[in-house]
Design a binder for this molecule. Structure first.
Ligand SMILES: NC(=O)c1ccc[n+]([C@@H]2O[C@H](COP(=O)([O-])OP(=O)(O)OC[C@H]3O[C@@H](n4cnc5c(N)ncnc54)[C@H](OP(=O)(O)O)[C@@H]3O)[C@@H](O)[C@H]2O)c1
Length: 257
């Protein structure tokens, strides 16, 4: 068995997921370096560079989070290589912004499929190992889950439902921690896509207010290797109960580096 923790990040070929992977591989003074794998559609040049540097500690499977067999395959491969799985970061996601008067059934089902229902595939495949490791599931959520701005119905609904899955996991599994984190407005290709439709996002971009992915990624990575059923806490309650928390909430101040 590897002496490093091992973490599965979904959708880690680019964007926020890739920044989480980089931080996990590097480790910090407080967080041990981890072995990492990702299930994703495609990988970027930056991912390939990272894989060359960390050839023993990083691999990916090209696949679709909405297919259970792809989740099972990457979990099996992780256990083959490192004999342990300590955390899963539910990160793969997409956005389709449309007002309700134009929102068709297939669009909303696609969003719910990737952003919400696919999390169940990853969790189900990983759960036996996470129980053994007293492991963690870190859900990448969004303030959209409760803000529900115009045109965001399918995305907001998908993230609100993901909150319900996180809380249910915490209620069902007494050995597994469930963290739900909103990463803020992050400068990724997802933002590039939505700023054509949402003027508020365009404004944030023009004013230079989007976050570099590394900032929220540090918190997500730290929770994946250091979070527990008892810490961190917010208002006296452990955040491992699946409650939503923003990445820059003071309760997470110890998890920023
Ligand atoms: N960016 C923000 O401001 C922001 C704010 C709040 C929450 N979030 C959340 O953060 C997470 C990451 O978003 P991001 O901004 O980094 O977006 P991104 O740059 O578009 O990255 C999303 C990743 O998910 C992968 N993916 C999508 N569907 C998949 C599927 N069915 N199977 C496997 N992989 C799939 C993509 O692969 P391909 O590129 O190959 O399609 C990509 O690697 C998402 O859950 C998003 O909702 C982002």
């Amino acid at each position: 068995m590897s002496n490093k923790p091992s973490v599965l990040v979904t959708g880690g070929g680019k964007g926020l997921g890739l920044a989480v992977i980089k931080r996990l591989l590097e480790g910090t003074a407080k967080s041990p370096a981890a072995n990492v794998c990702t299930l994703t559609f495609d990988v970027s040049d930056d991912f390939e560079k990272l894989q060359t540097k960390y050839s023993d500690s990083l691999f990916y499977t090209q696949g679709d989070v909405t297919k259970f067999e792809d989740s099972k395959k990457i979990v099996d491969e992780t256990l083959n290589r490192w004999k342990r799985l300590d955390a899963v970061v539910i990160n793969a996601g997409l956005t389709e912004l449309k007002p309700l008067k134009e929102l068709d059934f297939d669009t909303i089902m696609k969003t719910l499929g990737v952003n919400t229902a696919a999390s169940v595939n990853t969790i189900r495949a990983a759960l036996p190992s996470l129980r053994e490791s007293n492991g963690r599931v870190v859900f990448v959520n969004s303030s959209s889950s409760y803000l529900c701005h115009a045109t965001w119905a399918s995305y907001s609904a998908s993230k609100a439902a993901l909150n319900a899955i996180a809380k249910t996991l915490a209620n069902e599994e007494d050995k597994v921690s469930a963290f739900t984190v909103g990463p803020g407005h992050v400068d990724t290709s997802m933002q590039g896509k939505i700023r054509n439709t949402d003027g508020n996002m365009e404004k944030l971009y023009e004013e230079g207010k989007l976050l570099p992915p590394e900032k929220p990624a540090a918190v997500l990575a730290s929770l994946a290797v250091r979070g527990s059923r008892s810490a961190p806490k917010k208002d006296g309650e452990p955040l491992a109960n699946g409650s939503f928390v923003a990445w820059d909430d003071p309760s997470l101040s110890d998890y920023h580096e």
